[in-house]
Design a protein around this ligand. Structure first.
Ligand code: ADP
Ligand code: MG
Length: 577
């Protein structure tokens, strides 16, 4: 809520102007029944046409002010709500891009998405509503009650009975309603999750002939949703008729009591008519106030969720440390790290000279990607340290550190744009740099076949094969001539021969670039200067292919199993390097 006020403060003037106009319009609305009563009770009996016309004009003026004021104020309110929400969304999106990996792990991605979409939408509604009804409803309620008492205190007593009954109904229904709607929303969330899973996995579902089963399970979720919807709808549907009944009963009471009092000469007819107008105005205001409360509860909850992100402290600030020039280019010193809970890396220790290549080998979950995340400082180490060029990664400025890297991540993505745009990635690189990168990544030949650098990729690059996409991604990583090239594309889409020769050529061409390649196949990294074998977050072996064949049992085991595969793949023909 505090965050929200900070944003609204920028529109202080517009908001106060809007609220003033609104108040004026609302007061004009309250005056209308009074004028009418005066015309009926005082002016009409005198049969003075001129006076009657003048009062009529006055009434018209009030009506115009009430209507015009409302329209103008509501439009201003919409504009403030729109502008505030737009800025809020912009800031929220920008902030999420700066969150550290650990912070994102904590909040989770789906929650970030819903904060950016439905929570900002709720806040938008609340800001709009507060301006439209926030001042109008209290003025109508308090002003209306005060005026009815000046007309006739006895009649006003009818109000004292009706208003509390109405308030109770509203409180009861809305308290029940909030629970029902929360449950409905949760079941809708469940349905969305189900749909998303099924649509993503639609091929698997078809392949495994699970279509019937999935339809059945969707049907049951859908039933739950519509059941909850019915419950909420029926409960809320009772409100309006019930309120109308109370309103009409109250009205009947007013007219019943009023008729006696008119007959007794204590009240005049015009006053009764004015009174019934106020009666409707007041009861509608009660309903509005209750709606404001429900809406505010929702809006405040959403504002809190948004504020929690916006106010997250910057994680991973640069930590100044001593530089140690000379020695290795990349150095892991006894590095340990864990996500929540189990350790992902333990006592990892190695170093690389500038221009050397490193292959990282290990089963899934052995900590390969984690090692890269630490090197690029998406997370900070728990103990030990990582140096690049003699400088602790924690002492680099974010941009300075990340500029050193060209990376292909696991599950990296291509945009529906031209080949050039995909390689350039908005960095404004020269044609020569892009073409050289494509050449090194062995992508130039098929780019020509597809019609050159301006040819378009369809969504997710579906018109390119898996291996071609992989090479486009490598070209992207290479294009800005990074000091360190990281390839975390462990499940290569290329056959082992093409893959190995591509990587080998890369390492040879990029003599000054330090290349780190993650792989599951030994053939992809055999030629690397050093190979790091990871096993459950620990270093099981470190050295060249030859050294590891001598010293590392795990490496030999991996080699044996993959060698058999390779032999089998080629129909028994021994696979020679
Ligand atoms: P690899 O890349 O070798 O397959 P990872 O480095 O991705 O392995 O993962 C190492 C371990 O850390 C695994 O047990 C994995 O489940 C866990 N892990 C990876 N990322 C996260 C994360 N963001 N939060 C919690 N645990 C994680
Ligand atoms: Mg991985």
């Amino acid at each position: 809520m505090k965050t929200l006020f900070r944003y609204l403060a920028a529109y202080k003037k517009r908001i106060s102007l809007g609220l003033s106009i609104k108040s004026l319009g609302t007061i004009a609305e309250l005056v209308l029944p009074l004028i009418m009563a005066h015309m009926i009770d005082v002016v009409t009996p005198t049969e003075n046409i001129l006076a009657l016309s003048l009062w009529g004009v006055g009434m018209l003026a009030c009506a115009v002010i009430a209507w015009g004021g409302n329209v103008i104020a509501n439009r201003m309110a919409s504009r403030v709500a729109r502008d505030t929400t737009q800025r809020l969304r912009d800031d929220l999106f920008k902030k999420t891009l700066y969150l550290s990996a650990r912070q994102i792990d904590g909040v989770t991605l789906p929650s970030l998405v819903s904060r950016l979409s439905s929570d900002t939408y709720n806040v938008h509604n609340t800001i709009g509503m507060m301006q439209r009804l926030g001042i109008r409803a209290p003025i109508l309620l308090i002003g209306g009650v005060a005026l009815t008492f000046t007309i006739d205190a006895v009649l006003a007593l009818v109000l004292l009975v009706t208003v509390p009954v109405l308030t109770l109904i509203v409180i009861f229904v809305s308290s029940k309603g909030v629970g029902l709607y929360t449950r409905l929303q949760r079941s809708v969330d469940g349905m969305v999750r189900k749909v998303r899973d099924d649509y993503t996995g639609i091929r698997v579902i078809k392949a495994l002939s699970k279509t019937e089963y999935e339809s059945e399970s969707f049907r049951s979720i859908n039933n739950t949703v519509s059941g909850n919807e019915t419950k909420a709808g029926v409960t809320m549907g009772v409100t309006n008729p019930l309120m109308n009944a109370v309103l009409n009963l109250g009205m009947a009471a007013v007219i019943f009591v009023g008729a006696y009092r008119v007959a007794a000469g204590r009240v005049m007819v015009g006053e009764i008519i004015a009174f019934t107008s106020f009666f409707t105005i007041i009861l509608n205001a009660v309903i509005s106030v209750s709606r404001i409360f429900v809406n505010m509860t929702k809006g405040a909850a959403s504002a809190k969720r948004i504020g929690a992100i916006l106010d997250m402290p910057a994680d991973l600030l640069p930590v100044p440390t001593e530089d140690e020039k000379g020695g290795a280019y990349i150095r892991f010193e006894n590095v340990s790290f864990s996500y929540e809970g189990a350790p992902a890396l333990q006592n990892v220790d190695f170093s690389l000279k500038r221009g050397q290549s490193l292959g990282i080998l290990g089963a899934t979950g052995s900590g390969k990607s984690t090692l890269i995340s630490l090197l690029m400082r998406f997370y900070d180490v728990d103990s030990g340290r990582i140096l690049i060029d003699g400088k602790d990664v924690r002492s680099y400025d974010d941009a300075e550190l990340r500029e050193k890297f060209g990376v292909v991540f696991q599950n990296d993505f291509l945009m529906a744009a031209s080949v050039r745009e995909n390689i350039d990635f908005e960095r404004g690189l020269s044609d020569a740099a892009i073409e050289r990168a494509a050449e090194y990544a062995k992508a130039d030949a098929f780019i020509e076949e597809h019609g050159g650098y301006e040819s378009l990729l369809t969504a997710r690059g579906a018109n390119f094969s898996g291996g071609q996409k992989q090479r486009l991604l490598i070209a992207r990583a290479l294009a800005a001539s990074p000091e360190i090239l990281v390839l975390d594309d462990s499940s290569s889409a290329l056959d082992y021969r093409t893959d190995a020769s591509l990587r080998k050529a890369l390492v040879e061409n990029l003599a000054d670039t330090t290349v780190i390649m993650i792989a599951q196949r030994i053939s992809s990294v055999r030629f690397a200067d050093k190979i790091l074998v990871l096993d459950g977050g620990r270093v099981a072996g470190l050295g060249s292919d030859e050294e590891l064949m001598q010293s590392c049992a795990l490496y030999r085991a991996i080699y044996a199993s993959q060698h058999e595969d390779a032999v089998a793949e080629r129909g028994g023909d021994a696979y020679a390097e």
